[in-house]
Design a protein around this ligand. Structure first.
Ligand code: NOJ
Length: 534
């Protein structure tokens, strides 16, 4: 494949949620040793990189997104040796490793915060965001926590409030402070020196808040079914202009190394998201494009989103697409099992680096979590709105043995295993050519073999109704992708041009090799990749 493109542009990223991927220590919780043990599977699947959610020292109030030591590994996830072993085994298989970096906030148990809250005069006091009460004695302003309730926590001992965008156990760092910048940039170097190939930066658009602490305005479109956090528009707490200076500092660190990369997590509209590519190569390599996760599954809306995104990318910016992650409902539940296959074709044929979420490749669905088994603090804080993330974080289903091969049969996994694990697992699906896993594997293999699909141009084809179609092309090789995002049969017969070629891959095996000369009938829940001859 063309060397013009870097590994993270040509490649496919696979997100591992380490608590749930594979238990290597036999305690019911996944760990780094478990990830290393499953690298052969990831190589067989054909992915180029793994992004591993946090495994740092942490009291686990937010399952590792509350870090108490950025350079230490939580014993539950393994040792330094386990980490080094994972990196070297991954690299032997040409699989890159992307670390989840959590710079916006620490744990309240981080020694910096322990010092910061110890007294107003402590030298680390302003490493965090402290403020006096409002004149009425209440919080300094109306800012809300994403996880429910106010974002200011009162500290009785020092009689000030501190800001936390997420849990009160996750105080936000003050990224305007040069000492904080230095410590955190050095932390990035620490992991880059240890061999990580990239960083996924948690909530990068939150990193700077308004220094005048202005109130956020009300959201006129808020409805009771939405999260309480969304009752305000977070204009003074997120996506502040000065955040780009911080991003540029972080980018500067990556540029000290060869071919390392940075993904920024952000839920922002396209026109804001693309600003994070930065000017003159000073931004993140890929602002994570999470639009397909949050938007309705509708062909016309998705077509418009792709075109808007493609049109908004600044020169040289590399696109990317994501269909699932550890924070949002499982793809197969959100769009249904038939459409989950169509979604796989979409993700792996769009222009831009795909990120797969563990288990989506075997069609894992949301698992009902009984009330006494709920783990996620978000569900505990704001129950009943479907915000809880446990259903998307259940153990990977490896085989049909008890606990799906995730952990020993006599150990209770940290979250329940899906009921259908006996049929729906890696081993069973790898033996079934019609399974979701076989579809993913064929798609990944085709994308790896055909530069047109990995790095080629993208051109939309105008289609009505539930159909979505586009052409990918590179160096004279052309592919037409036709996806039916509905459940009823449709005819693809565009006015603009007569396509000729043959089907080389589809959601259903029976179309392989079928000739196309003009119109094409597409069944409900069907997606086709056609190699074009004209
Ligand atoms: C985004 C992460 O993806 C999520 O899991 C976490 O709870 C918040 N950031 C806070 O770190």
């Amino acid at each position: 494949m063309s060397n013009k493109y870097l590994w993270w542009q040509r490649g496919i990223i696979y997100q591992v949620y380490p608590r749930s991927f594979m238990d290597g220590y036999g305690d019911g919780i996944g760990d780094l040793r478990g990830v290393a043990a499953r690298l052969d599977y990831l190589q067989w699947l054909g992915v180029d990189a793994i992004w591993i959610s946090p495994f740092y020292q942490s009291p686990m109030a937010d399952f590792g997104y509350d870090v108490s030591d950025y350079k230490g590994i939580h014993p539950m996830f393994g040792t330094d040796e386990d980490f080094d072993d994972l990196i070297s085994k991954a690299h032997e298989r040409e699989i890159r490793v992307i670390l989840d970096f959590v710079p916006n906030h620490t744990s309240e148990e981080h020694p910096w915060f322990v010092e910061s809250r110890s007294s107003r005069g402590n030298p680390k006091r302003d490493w965090y965001l402290w403020a006096d009460p409002a004149p009425d004695g209440g919080p300094p302003n109306n800012w809300l926590s994403v996880f429910g309730g106010g974002a200011w926590e009162w500290d009785e001992a020092t009689e000030q409030y501190y800001y936390h965008a997420y849990l009160k156990e996750q105080p936000d760092l003050n990224w305007r402070k040069p000492e904080v910048q230095k410590e955190m940039l050095d932390t990035m170097r620490f992991w880059l020196d240890r061999g990580v190939d990239g960083l996924r930066v948690d909530v990068i658009w939150h990193m700077i808040k308004d220094d005048q602490l202005r109130d956020n305005p009300p959201n006129p479109d808020h409805e009771p079914s939405m999260s309480p956090f969304e009752s305000l528009l977070p204009v003074y707490t997120t996506d502040r202009p000065e955040v780009h200076d911080v991003v540029a500092m972080m980018r500067g660190v990556l540029d000290e190394y060869d071919e390392r990369m940075m993904i920024g997590e952000m839920y922002l509209p396209t026109e804001r998201l693309v600003t994070y590519y930065g000017k003159n190569g000073e931004g993140v390599h890929m602002p994570h494009n999470l639009q397909l996760i949050v938007m309705p599954w509708d062909a016309r809306r998705i077509a418009a989103t792709i075109d808007t995104y493609e049109g908004a990318l600044p020169p040289g910016a590399w696109p990317n697409w994501v269909l699932g992650n550890h924070d949002k409902p499982r793809l197969a539940t959100r769009v249904g099992p038939g459409q989950a296959r169509v979604a796989a074709v979409l993700l792996l044929t769009l222009r831009g680096t795909p990120t797969l979420y563990y288990g989506d490749e075997i069609g894992m669905h949301a698992v009902d979590i009984p009330p006494d088994k709920v783990q996620d603090p978000w569900e505990k804080n704001v129950p009943g709105l479907g915000l809880g993330r446990d259903p998307s974080r259940t153990p990977m289903q490896w085989d049909g043995t008890p606990n799906a091969g995730f952990c020993p049969a006599d150990v209770e996994p940290w979250l329940p295993v899906a009921d259908d694990y006996e049929e729906n697992n890696v081993q069973a699906e790898s033996e079934d050519p019609e399974s979701m896993l076989s579809l993913y594997r064929r798609l990944i293999s085709l994308r790896r073999d055909e530069p047109a699909l990995a790095v080629g141009s993208y051109a939309p084809v105008v289609t009505p109704g539930d159909l979505l179609a586009y052409v990918r092309e590179n160096d004279g090789r052309k592919f037409l992708i036709v996806l039916n995002l509905g459940h009823e049969a449709q005819t693809f017969d565009p006015d603009e041009r007569v396509f000729r070629g043959r089907v080389i891959l589809g959601t259903h095996l029976d179309r392989d090799g079928e000739a196309l000369a003009g119109a094409l009938s597409v069944r409900g829940d069907e997606g086709l990749v056609v190699e074009l001859t004209s």
